[in-house]
Structures are given as structure tokens and as C-alpha cells.
Write a new protein. Structure first.
Length: 410
């Protein structure tokens, strides 16, 4: 009879490996199942410095003490540290931690899951079978194993980025550009997109053209064209292109349904912020408590109870309500014009820092979020208010009303 692992984790990105490493550190017998599980991570993983808890073990590659946001209406200087993680260092640390705990890494794709009471089985693309007591699905937003509460059609945030070797580029290495909505060229207005710029050293810089969440997704060719135009304007047209990044982030997926036979995690669990597209901070914050709930539950010799406990730790009721509000924020962005986008973000970053920072980090309570959204609504011009009302009535009024009422706001 083959070995029975406590936990089988599907996937090998930050969500999968962070939760697997936390569970292994608690003494669980862990296996990780993914195609190319040790393939180097390529994406940039960035977050606000204050989102890192003291216990989070990461290596910061670069820190910016100031972040700017530009719209057609003006410039906002945000005094909040922003950091880029060393993704490869994080990956190496997590893999080493799993190796030290004798976790099994399986270079296969999971093609079928089977649940047999006190045991589950992962059938892989090679025809092999792994026996586990509980399954964590951290294989990404496109997982077919996760049951969702609402089958929403996702919007996509698309981005085309380049790493440049540009000695003497002239950008302040202490200042990052989070969003610059000023058009790359006169014709580059609709749909709205923005420049994301990270000076990494006096020689290296990362530039990216990013669309807001949109249906249908903005084409990568359009973003590439706009970024090329920006490089000319920025004096970087002849800089050596030493790396490329293409991102397609599905946003606004329905939350995992109750009563699952697995524990979704990361993008598979809709942990991507519905309005901003960020997820790494949320993932790192949640990996320890979810792993603890799952391992403790398995100690009771009841896998179903362990899975339920882990899912409750991942998505407590208040945070589910919070994500409904964020989903409404996503719907307002999807159909905004360039002019509406400029007015919206100009007003958004005029809110008190605790409001806009908490919104972007997903750490406000439902009541705080509703109050912040109300303050924002009052500060917007009439044309943008009407856009928000139309959006709410057509796609999000019921979830918003339910959330507000459940939060005790009248």
C-alpha cells in the first residue's frame, strides 16, 4: 500500500509553496504536485512595506520611500513605502524548507481528484496516484477543481512589461510610479491604461503598460504599442531590453462555495484583490493561519472537519462580505472612460491615507470600507457619481445592499 500524505498541495507558485512550507513546519507530511514545480518564478511581486508582518520571511530586493500617481488632473505623492520582493530568493527558501521536512515534490499535473471519506486521491497526468488526507488547490485562477459561489464572468487586468538596461536613466531610485494615466500618445485614450515604473538601480529599470480590469481583455499588442510610445517619450527608446513580462490577471471570480471537499488557496480561492489585482500580501498573510487550521483539524482524525476549519480561516464571514464590496468596485472600473478614470483616481487618492491604503490592501472592515466608499462617492463629480449608480443598479446593487445591511450600516 502506498504512503498516505497528510496534505497534497496542487501548484508551485507563491501561494502553493508558502502554505505547503507552513504545513510542513507544523509537522504535516506534505506533497506538492505541479508541472515544472521548481521552474524559476518570473513575475514581479510587489507590495506595500507595511503589509509585511514581522514574522514573514522574505528578502526585499528594492524599497521605494515615495510612490506617485498621476492623472490628467494632477500628481499625487504618496508617502508610503513600496517594496519589490526577491521572488527567486523566496522560491529557494520555500523549496529548501520543504526539502528539509522531507516533503515530496511531484513533477506532474493533477488531472482528477477522488474523495473517499477519510482519504482523497490525486490522479496525475502520468497515470500515477497519490493518497492524501486533504487537498489544497493552489494551482491558479483557472483551476477546474474549485466550486464557486457565483460563476461571474471575470474581467482581466492585462500588462506588458520590460526590464531595461539603461545606465543614467535619470529616474529617482527612491520613487516608484504606481500609476500614470496620462496618455502614452494622443490616440491612446480608450480603453484607459497606465504606466507602472520601478527604478531598480542607476542602471536597471522596469516599465510596464497596464490596463484596468476590462471585458473583453485589452490586447497585449495594444499595450506593447503604448509602452513603445512611452519609452520614446521617456528617453528610453534605445535602452537594452533584457527581460519581458506578460500578465493576464482574472479578477472578480466568485468566492469558493461552502462545503468544498478541498481547500482552495491563492488565485484559485479568489484571493486576488477584485479591484487592484494584487494578491501576494494577502497570500503571505493567510498561509500561516490556514495551514494551522488544516493541520490542527487533521489532528482530530477528521479530514472533513479539517478542510472546513481551513476554509473558515481563509474566508471568514466578514471578509466574504468585504470581497462583495470590492467586487462592486471592480464593476465600476470595468466600464469607465478615460475622463471618468482620471476623476475617480484623483478623488480616490485625496481620501485620508488610512482609507485608500486600507482599500488597496484589503484590510478595512466592511463598515470602514462602506464609509470610505461613501466619502469617495460624495467627493466625485456628478458625471462619475451617475456612472457608479448605473453600474450599481445593473450589476452590483443586490450584493452591495446586502453587505451594507449585514454590516449594520443604515
Amino acid at each position: 500500500m502506498s504512503e498516505v500524505f497528510d496534505i497534497g498541495v496542487l501548484g508551485s507558485g507563491p501561494a502553493a509553496l508558502s502554505l505547503a512550507a507552513e504545513a510542513a513546519a507544523l509537522g504535516a507530511r506534505v506533497t506538492v504536485v505541479a508541472p515544472e514545480p521548481t521552474h524559476p518564478w518570473k513575475p514581479n511581486y510587489c507590495l506595500w512595506s507595511d503589509e509585511l508582518s514581522p514574522s514573514t520571511e522574505v528578502t526585499v530586493e528594492h524599497r521605494w520611500s515615495e510612490v506617485t500617481v498621476a492623472t490628467a488632473l494632477g500628481l499625487h505623492e504618496l508617502r508610503r513605502d513600496y517594496v519589490k520582493l526577491d521572488g527567486l530568493a523566496l522560491q529557494r527558501r520555500l523549496l529548501s524548507a520543504l526539502e528539509a521536512r522531507s516533503a515530496r515534490i511531484v513533477d506532474q499535473r493533477a488531472v482528477q481528484l477522488e474523495h473517499l471519506g477519510t482519504e482523497s486521491r490525486i490522479h496525475s497526468s502520468s497515470g500515477g496516484t497519490l493518497r492524501v488526507r486533504a487537498i489544497v488547490d493552489a494551482s491558479g485562477a483557472n483551476s477546474r477543481f474549485v466550486e464557486r459561489l457565483h460563476r461571474r464572468k471575470p474581467a482581466h487586468q492585462m500588462a506588458y512589461g520590460l526590464f531595461l538596461e539603461a545606465p543614467g536613466h535619470g529616474f529617482d531610485t527612491e520613487r516608484a510610479t504606481l500609476m500614470d494615466f496620462r496618455p502614452a500618445m494622443p490616440s491612446a485614450v480608450e480603453p484607459p491604461s497606465f504606466l507602472y515604473l520601478l527604478p531598480l538601480s542607476d542602471r536597471r529599470i522596469f516599465v510596464e503598460e497596464t490596463s484596468l480590469a476590462h471585458r473583453p481583455a485589452v490586447s497585449m499588442d495594444l499595450l506593447r504599442e503604448r509602452l513603445d510610445a512611452r519609452l520614446q517619450t521617456l528617453g528610453l527608446g534605445t535602452a537594452a531590453r533584457i527581460g519581458e513580462e506578460l500578465c493576464a490577471i482574472p479578477m472578480g471570480l466568485g468566492l469558493p462555495a461552502h462545503g468544498q471537499s478541498i481547500v482552495p488557496f491563492g488565485a484559485a480561492a479568489s484571493m486576488v484583490h477584485p479591484a487592484s489585482g494584487y494578491s501576494i500580501a494577502h497570500t503571505l498573510r493567510k498561509s500561516k493561519p490556514v495551514a494551522r487550521a488544516l493541520v490542527d483539524g487533521l489532528g482530530s482524525d477528521d479530514p472533513a472537519l479539517a478542510i472546513a476549519s481551513a476554509n473558515a480561516a481563509l474566508w471568514p464571514r466578514a471578509q466574504r462580505r468585504l470581497w462583495e464590496l470590492y467586487a462592486l468596485g471592480l464593476e465600476t472600473l470595468v466600464s469607465m472612460s478615460f475622463a471618468e478614470t482620471s476623476r475617480f483616481f484623483d478623488a480616490f487618492f485625496r481620501l485620508p491615507q488610512e482609507s485608500w491604503a486600507g482599500y488597496l490592501s484589503g484590510t478595512l472592515t466592511p463598515i470602514e470600507l462602506a464609509v470610505s466608499m461613501t466619502d469617495l462617492f460624495r467627493s466625485l463629480p456628478a458625471s462619475v457619481r451617475w456612472h457608479l449608480i448605473r453600474t450599481g443598479m445593473s450589476s452590483g446593487a443586490a450584493p452591495l445592499a446586502r453587505t451594507v445591511l449585514q454590516s449594520g450600516i443604515t
